[in-house]
Design a protein around this ligand. Structure first.
Ligand code: SAJ
Length: 445
């Protein structure tokens, strides 16, 4: 009965929505439902962020096309409001939970934010309400963590008094609104009827497929899709290391391998950063380890990818040695501090690891990044007097670098390329000592 009533309110957009956590996942989804006509209440623990949103200001850094306008419009027309009080949730019919689910230094999921959200929500949960977790969680979390906390704190029973599901986010910084509208979503419910009602809800904002299923499938799909990418990147990185030893060029090898049907080798590089790929494989591994199965490839892939910034440091030392210099006497310039090209997002950036490691080994390290405040400015100005230029991110600004001009301002012309911005031939022609990830030194080169 409750679910039928709720479905009707979802169809005619009279259902009262709430989103717990107005970050890069929660804010766009809150705005999108508000844009389509729902009344949306956002719960945000950070006072400053809540105040900014209620003033119609988007608190998310970086370029997010359309988001600032949407925050302003939906707050102004009264459809979106932020609060810090869980009490305000007691009348809400649908509550989305979009809080952070990081892993700690031992790669164990940290669910403090999730547990707090669930426990506080449970205390005020309205009978007949639907709770949907969008955060990325280890397989098994819905049944082992979310369900018991909600039932205990609300004294309600799932599928009788309230409904519960998981709809993992598929956001990507820089494309938050576009991805939300255009990417398919898995809607996992604690009952098939719940999954169908979830699909009816997301159909208001998602233009791509909505795939109803159960919770464990939803948890597995999200963590597997990102573990897949991490393993694929690790394979590319391992082939790059092999090519360096064998005297091959991984980019040529990759081009020809990918001509073979059913092959799609990813890109080797200076490391794997961001908010998803370094974390989600551990959520997957943790979820299945609890059932006694210890994955082998997933941790090994993480180790390969985590090793790439250190490999970059090895390439720097090799190139300095060739030029008769030691790291302790060198001034090096790290080009690119964000984790992704043409982004200002520095979360889990491989450059952070490299900078810390080079400084510990005694090098003087300068940083440039056209998008990251504090590291912006003219590249050639920053490169003046440096011995090594290290390409860590393939920002557009670096692709158009004139190597002759760069050489002219450097003290020693050494170029170490972690993202195949330049070829060995281009660097050598400009007079650089060159090292590139995956670009072996052919005899005599
Ligand atoms: N990277 C490589 N080689 C590759 C691809 C990426 O070294 O072949 C590195 C990047 O430089 C970066 C890191 O991996 O440091 C992550 O890059 P990413 O392109 O995967 O970007 P993310 O972290 O924003 O990943 C998100 C994920 N989307 C969601 O979780 C919804 C991921 O699943 C997507 O595949 C990716 O966006 C995308 O390309 O859309």
């Amino acid at each position: 009965m409750w679910l039928t009533e709720l479905r009707q309110k979802i169809e005619d957009k009279t259902a009262k929505l709430a989103v717990i956590g107005l970050g890069y996942v929660g804010l766009p989804v809150a705005c999108e439902f508000a844009r389509t006509g729902f009344s949306v209440l956002g719960v945000e623990v950070q006072a400053e962020r809540a105040e900014k949103i209620n003033a119609g200001i988007c608190p998310i850094e970086g370029k997010e096309p359309g988001l600032q306008e949407l925050v302003f419009k939906t707050v102004q027309n009264g459809r979106l409001r932020a609060t810090r009080e869980y009490q305000d949730l007691r009348l809400q019919d649908v509550i989305l939970i979009c809080v952070e689910t990081p892993v700690d230094e031992n790669n164990i999921p940290q669910y403090r934010a999730l547990r707090n959200a669930l426990a506080n929500l449970g205390k005020v949960l309205k009978t007949g309400a639907l709770v949907i977790i969008e955060s990325t969680i280890a397989p098994g979390t819905m049944s082992r963590v979310a369900l018991p906390i909600l039932e205990e704190s609300s004294n309600l029973r799932v599928n009788r008094d309230f409904f519960l599901g998981a709809c993992p986010e598929r956001v990507m910084p820089g494309k938050l609104l576009a991805n939300l509208r255009n990417m398919s979503r898995v809607v996992g419910g604690f009952s098939p009827e719940t999954a169908e009602v979830m699909a009816a809800l997301y159909r208001h904002v998602v233009e791509a497929d909505l795939d109803p299923t159960d919770c464990i499938t939803a948890e597995l799909v999200k963590t597997v899709e990102n573990a897949y990418r991490d393993v694929q990147i690790a394979f590319a990185n391992e082939v790059a290391l092999i090519c360096e030893s064998a005297g091959g060029d991984v980019w040529k090898v990759r081009e020809l391998v990918n001509k073979s049907p059913g092959r799609s080798m990813h890109m080797p590089g200076a490391g794997v950063g961001g908010h998803c790929i370094p974390k989600d494989p551990w959520l997957l591994a943790y979820g299945v380890e609890e059932n006694g199965r210890r994955p082998q490839i997933i941790p090994a892939a993480r180790a390969v990818n985590n090793g790439m910034p250190f490999h970059m440091a090895d390439l720097v030392e090799q190139a300095l040695l060739e030029a008769g210099l030691a790291l302790q006497d060198a001034r090096v310039l790290v080009l690119g501090y964000s984790y992704l090209e043409d982004s200002d997002d520095t979360r889990n950036s491989p450059s952070e690891i490299l900078v810390d490691h080079l400084r510990k080994k005694g090098a003087e390290v300068l940083i440039h990044d056209p998008y990251v405040p504090g590291y912006q400015g003219a590249v050639l100005q920053k490169a003046r007097g440096c011995d090594v230029a290290i390409l860590m991110v393939k920002h557009q600004a670096y692709r158009s670098l004139d190597l002759e001009e760069l050489k002219a301002v450097m003290r020693t012309p050494i170029l170490v390329d972690g993202r195949a911005v330049f070829t060995r031939q281009q660097a050598s022609r400009a007079g650089f000592v060159f090292r590139g990830v995956g670009v072996g030194k052919t005899p005599g080169s």
